[in-house]
Design a protein around this ligand. Sequence first.
Ligand SMILES: [Zn+2]
Ligand SMILES: [Zn+2]
Length: 333
Amino acid sequence: MAENSGLPILDKALDEANFYLKQSLPPWNEASGLQRLIIFFFKLAIILPVLILIGIIIAGYSLYIIFYVYPLVSSTSDSPDLYFWHSNSEKFTAELRGWVCFGLSSWNLFWLCISVYRAMMTSPGEVPNTSTWEITSINKEVSESTPLTTENRKDGGIRICVHCNLKKPDRCHHCKQCGKCCLKMDHHCNWIANCVGYYNYKYFYLTIFYGASAMAIFIATFWESVVVALYDKETSNSMSFIIVLTYSLMTMLGVTIIAFCIFHTWMIANNYTSIEFCEKRRFKVPGYEKSPYSISTIENFKEALGQNPLLWYFPFESRGKEDKGLYFKSKKY
Ligand SMILES: [Zn+2]
Ligand SMILES: [Zn+2]
């Protein structure tokens, strides 16, 4: 099923690593010394995108504090008076600006870290091993307890997963990287080494939302440090280079993340998962010009982020206990 890191080569390599790890190597306790070494390197490769993500967050925040916030708030700083401040009154507003930016970026970082952690650690949801979803060997598909689903096979039968030996609820897909079926699967995300589905989509969305907010703050303010670095004669060439490079890279990354965040906000508003959008709407599959699960914009947001709009911003679950990701309101097509 759809994997997504934004880098097809990386996706393919990680897919191969996962497959090789599962198919060709024994479990850790039964592995020989050499096999354990190979398992270790494969596992390292799989968590590499996670380490890169954490590295970008730490580096981005540190560089922002060192090159932008610190020169603004430091009264002993001998920073140039080109843009940061020209007079004592401007110095006061610059200092205030520095503390506000420090507060905003730290607040954002705090929630970003919680969202990343919860997106990684929360299971997206699995099909329960109950009689409703089990496939008995006598009757492979239909029984009295066969659940009503909107999405069925071409012959009208319920979708089944041959790997998990279970019936598939609507919007559920099998992830070959995780080796199991994932409820309301959005995609497998290598950056958090987890599938994004019904129970952790909100945390994934908030991760990109806080990421996009952090990038917007960075792009809107850090240019001042670039101007100072370029025009101040006391700033060394290497220091100017680091500051300009930081701004250029963060701007490119920021534009990508902001666009990604807008895309996911649109998908929430229209009640599509990435899989439904990429594999059905994009290829004009009948019934997907508009999502069959889309009720109204506000209801669509509630389904993804929780019933209480005041809690949408925070990485906490606020959906009712009856919502389990197995059934969805739909306008049957
Ligand atoms: Zn499955
Ligand atoms: Zn997965």
